[in-house]
Each structure stands twice: as C-alpha cells, then as structure tokens.
Design a protein around this ligand. Structure first.
Ligand code: B12
Ligand code: SF4
Length: 551
C-alpha cells in the first residue's frame, strides 16, 4: 500500500504496523478422490471437511485462507498458482486411492514453481506412510493424526521462523531419514473452534450433486426412501467425532487415533447442525465420522434436539452393529423420529472365527438383530463385508458370502456389499500380509493406483470358487435390487424373484436366467447394468456400499 508523502506520521506509523500485522495467506488444497479422466468422480455431498477443520484456528486468528477443492474448482491449478504467490504455506490432504496420485501431482507442480514454499501434508494416508512424501520431495512436514492443533502450531512456527522440530505430531526429514517429533495428544472438540463455514462454497457442491452429466458417481448414498422423487438433493457433510475406540486389525484407526474417541456433545452438536441447516438449507446430512454412535446418551440428546426442532432434514451416519444391537428400543425410536434414513454398518465377517481374528468380535446373531431394529423403523441399512483377510479360511469366506446374501434377502433395498480385503498400512493385517508375502506398492503413484479397480483373480488372491461365488453374488444382488434397467417390468420382476430365491437359498449355480438376460440385452444392442459391477476398472470403485472400512 503506497502512503501519501504528506500523511501525518501517526497515520503512517499506524498503517505500517497494520501492514506488518497482516497475516499471510494459507493455501489449502483437496485433490480429486477419483480420476476424472476415467469418467469418475465421488458424490458431491463430500465437502473438504478435513481442510475446514485445520483452517478453523488460523481463520479465527485472522489468516487469509484460500481453500481449493478439485471437486468444484475446475480451474484448480490456476487458482493454486495464483494463491501460492506470497503465501506462507501450501497444505494438502489425502486418503488411500486416486487422491494420493492427484495430490502428489499437484504438489510437484507447486514445488517446481515455488521451491521455497513450505508444503505440509496431513490426513489418513500421509499419517501412515509419511516417508514417501519426503523421498519424493513433496513435503516439508507431515502432520500425523488429529490435525487442528498441529496445523496451527505449524503455521505459528513458520510465521516466526521457529524450527518445525519443536511442533509435536509431525514427521520431518532430518539427516537423510524420517524424524518424528514429540507425540501429539488427542484433544476434545472444546479446544477446536466451530467450522469456518464461510470458507465453504456450498452452492457449487449442490450444483455438482444435481448434475446429470456422464460421469460415474462413486460413494453416493441412496436417497431417503420417503424423499419425494422430484426433490433436488442438497446433501451436506458434517464431522462430529474423531477416532474410534475399537481395535479392528484391518483398519488404521487404532494406530492413527490411539483408540481415542472425542465427540461434540449431543445437544451442542444439534445446535451447531441446526444453525448450519438454517444457513445452507440442506435436506440430507451425512456424518463423516468413523464411529458416530459410540455413546447412546449423546445419540439420544442429539436426536431429541432434532425432534424438538421438527426433524427438518434426513441424516445418516456410521453406527456399529454392536451399538445398534445394544441401544435401547427407546433410543432407536429417537433415532427414527429424528429422521435418520440410513446407518452405515461394517459387518465385516460372517464367521465367529474371523470376527475374533479381526478383533471386532461382532456376535454373529447381533447382525440380524441390528438390521431388524433399523428396518422395522423404516431405516435403511448399508452393510459392508470383507472377504480374503490374511490367513482367512475358505470356509469363513463362504460363510460371509452366505450371510451377506441372507441379509440382502431379508432386508431388501439395503446394501449388503462384499469387498475383497485390501492391506492398509498402519494396520495389524497389513503387517500380517507382508509376513505372508504381500508386495506393497513402493511409490505414491503405485499407492494411488492400488484400490479395487484391479479386481482380477491374481490381484486379490481369493480361492477360485470363492471368487466366482462372490462375483455371482454381486450380479444376483443387483437383479434383486432391480438395478437392471433393461426389459419389461414383468421381465425385471421375474429376474428379481429368481434372484431372491438364489440369495435366500445361497444357490448361484447354473445362472441360466442371467445368461439369457445378457443375451437379450446384447441382442438389443445394450449393455446390461450388472456387467458394470462385474469388472469395473475405474478408480474409486465401491459399487453402492456405504461402509468404507469405517465401523
Ligand atoms: C468419509 C470417508 C470416506 C469418504 C470421503 C473421504 C475423503 N475425505 O476423501 C469416501 C466415502 C469417498 C471414502 C472412500 C474410501 N475410504 Co474412507 N473414510 C471416510 C471416513 C469415515 C471419514 C473421513 C473424514 O472425512 N473425516 C472427517 C475429517 C474432518 O477428518 P480427517 O480426515 O480425519 O482429518 C483430520 C486429520 O486426518 C487431520 N488432517 C487431515 N488432513 C490434514 C492436512 C494437514 C496439512 C494436516 C496437518 C492435518 C490433516 O486433521 C483433521 C482434523 O483433525 C474415514 C474413517 C475415519 N476414521 O475417519 C474413512 C477412511 C479415511 N477411509 C478409508 C478407506 C480405506 C477408504 C476407501 C479406500 C475404502 C474402499 N475400499 O473403497 C475408499 C477410497 C476411495 C477413493 N479414494 O476413491 C481409510 C483410509 C486409509 C488410509 N490410510 O488412507 C479410513 C481412515 C477408514 C479406515 N480407518 O480404514 N471414505
Ligand atoms: S473398522 Fe470401524 S469400528 Fe473398527 S476400528 Fe475402524 S473405525 Fe473403528
């Protein structure tokens, strides 16, 4: 700012000190979660919550935050390059999957253009695999685990030129090797300001949610059953708890969060959510918590406040099977009356033996008990299962497929999706997989490409008969859900009937009706919907299951 030469000295001094105090810019970027070049993106009710969280304190302290999300900013590269000019830092976040590849690509671009600009990473994947970020020279520091306080201390350290080694909760690269700073204790939400919602360009997400383009959309939750068909979706995401108390061996939460669980108290949560609804007018709320339902009292308080406010929107969240089975009937009534339309539940395995091995230890009968408690109240369940855990017996996998099918049959229009096991770094099962001969990806590029889209027999190493059964189950449930669009109503009705019979009786042999259906659709020059699910090589594939390793 240029000062008039004749301005009084006091004004000049004041302006000079204001300029000095002006806080620098922080550039926060969220990479694509699926590869748009493959014609895929994720559901646009997924907002950049992780970046909003870490922005909360610097925003309160007067820093300029530039939040760029590849999901809504098609010109993200231009925006990043402009914003990085004169910025204090560039920060980014990712989870396993294409987000790693894209994030690394963009960070390389930033590094090349602004070699002195500190690059800070955080989030789930960098937390469990920090070294690659240094080896590939795209990070100056990686935040491990919960990030709000760590990030704020990084900002302060960079602003004042203090060594980042004094900031707890970081991975750094020192003397040619990884250096971990002091342990960062998990804090409660009382130490974190409310979300700086002014940074969220929500209407852009709404536009994207209602786009009818040709992109395949992954991780979209089903609309509430009682939502009018012509109602435009205004889906909103919310984060209300950090961590999870469970010790599951296939999940990286135990290592990353120390099995701590911190949550916004129920009444306060309802107040905040209702205020956000007043502001953004969303009609469906999606909680992005690992384990929303840990505390029954909190759930009751939250639901009670929503009911008092007239239950103005539908909502969904992750609950454990064990949680739903344990909740009192009255608590479940509150959940239903507050308009929860779907619970995402990880059932994980159909055999007791495997439940014990993964330490989730769901009592098998609880699975049906929990789903019944939901279904009888008109709440949809989104149940996910995994087969092919390291060392899992063939019998256990078959039992999982059998039980998943039984649940699919008993609770129609609810997902009961089976995923092949994937070793996630920072888990007990990853270490076990290594011992059993698994060769993990070596670069960020490879990690970004290692998900389900390589569903071939070599890749997932399931016994051949299990593999075939799993595929047939997938196709059969698609017919049962009525997702095949071809043919007359009567034909689809018949396919659904037969699919129901197959699921109920765990009998997938001689699927002649499916073959005939494929021939019929082929003869009409069309592609049958189930084939997409059979082999889909695009990134971010998760057919239609809500459970993603959480819960
Ligand atoms: C919502 C969610 C999704 C959403 C979107 C996730 C996203 N943000 O992109 C969807 C449905 C797309 C999804 C998909 C998958 N997910 Co998911 N998902 C979650 C879930 C339930 C919540 C994540 C979230 O948004 N939290 C809210 C934000 C506010 O919290 P946060 O991300 O934890 O951020 C905090 C810290 O991480 C840190 N932080 C974050 N970023 C940064 C950046 C900096 C600079 C700093 C300093 C700190 C920092 O500070 C934040 C505040 O404390 C977690 C479970 C969990 N335990 O959290 C799994 C989780 C992230 N998912 C996981 C997995 C495995 C998957 C899938 C691969 C599953 C599958 N097989 O399909 C797919 C990937 C698909 C793809 N890439 O296309 C793993 C990640 C494993 C890993 N090491 O990366 C998790 C941790 C589940 C688990 N425990 O196994 N997932
Ligand atoms: S799988 Fe779910 S319940 Fe188990 S530790 Fe991870 S977040 Fe918790």
């Amino acid at each position: 700012m240029a000062l008039e030469p004749g301005a009084p000295t006091s004004i000049r001094t004041l302006l000079a000190s204001m300029i000095q105090r002006q806080k620098r810019r922080l550039v926060l970027f969220l990479p694509h979660r699926a590869d748009p070049a493959q014609g895929v993106r994720v559901s646009a009710d997924l907002t950049p919550l992780e970046l909003l969280q870490i922005a909360a304190i610097p925003d309160r302290e007067g820093y300029e935050i530039v939040l760029i999300d590849a999901m809504i900013h098609d010109d993200y590269e231009k925006r990043i390059l402009e914003a990085c000019e004169g910025a204090l830092l560039f920060a980014s976040s990712c989870i396993l999957g294409y987000q790693i590849t894209h994030g690394a690509e963009v960070a390389r671009m930033v590094r090349a253009r602004f070699p002195k600009l500190p690059i800070i990473w955080g989030g789930w994947f960098p937390s469990v695999m920090p070294e690659l970020y240094f080896k590939e020279n795209i990070a100056d520091a990686v935040g491990l685990g919960q990030g709000e306080i760590t990030f704020w201390e990084v900002v302060q350290a960079l602003e004042s030129g203090v060594d980042l080694a004094t900031v707890a909760g970081l991975a750094l690269w020192r003397d040619g090797r990884l250096h971990m700073t002091a342990h960062r204790a998990v804090v409660g939400f009382d130490q974190i300001p409310d979300v700086p919602w002014h940074l969220l360009e929500f209407e852009r997400y709404v536009e994207r949610q209602n786009e009818t383009g040709r992109m395949k959309v992954r991780h979209r939750y089903p609309d509430p059953w009682d939502m009018p068909a012509d109602m435009p979706v205004r889906g909103f995401s919310y984060y209300s708890s950090y961590g999870c108390p469970e010790p599951c061996t296939f999940c990286c939460s135990p290592m990353v969060t120390d099995r701590r669980w911190k949550a916004i108290p129920g009444k306060q949560l309802a107040e905040r959510v209702l205020a956000a609804q007043d502001r953004f007018k969303f009609n469906v709320l999606r909680f992005q918590d690992a384990n929303f339902g840990v505390a029954e009292k909190r759930s009751n308080e939250f639901c009670t406040e929503l009911i008092k406010a007239g239950s103005p929107f539908w909502w969904n969240a992750t609950y454990e099977i064990e949680t739903i089975a344990r909740y009192k009937e009255a608590s479940m009534d509150l959940v239903a009356a507050s308009k929860m339309h779907m619970a995402a539940l990880g059932a994980e395995a159909g055999s007791k033996d495997q439940q014990d091995r993964i330490k989730k230890q769901i009592a098998i009968p609880d699975i049906e008990i929990a789903l019944t408690k939901l279904f009888s109240r008109g709440i949809q369940s989104g149940c996910s299962w995994i087969i092919g855990y390291p060392g899992e017996s063939r019998e256990s996998m078959l039992e999982t497929i059998r039980l998943a099918a039984a649940m699919k049959y008993a609770f129609p229009r609810s997902a009961s999706d089976i995923f092949p096991f994937r070793p996630i770094p920072g888990t007990e099962d990853y270490d076990l997989s290594l011992k059993l001969g698994y060769h993990p990806p070596q670069t960020l590029e490879q990690w970004g490409a290692c998900l389900e889209y390589k569903l071939t027999i070599d890749d997932i190493r399931l016994p051949m008969d299990v593999f075939q059964l799993w595929k047939r189950y997938g196709v059969t449930s698609t017919f049962y859900d009525g997702l095949a669009n071809e043919g007359s109503g009567a034909l689809r009705g018949m396919m659904k009937e037969i699919a129901g019979w197959r699921l109920k009786n765990a009998n997938y042999s001689f699927p002649f009706e499916q073959k005939l259906f494929h021939l019929y659709t082929k003869s009409r020059g069309k592609k049958a919907a189930p084939r997409n699910i059979e082999i889909d090589r695009t990134s971010g594939v998760t057919p239609h299951a809500p459970g993603v390793g959480a819960n």
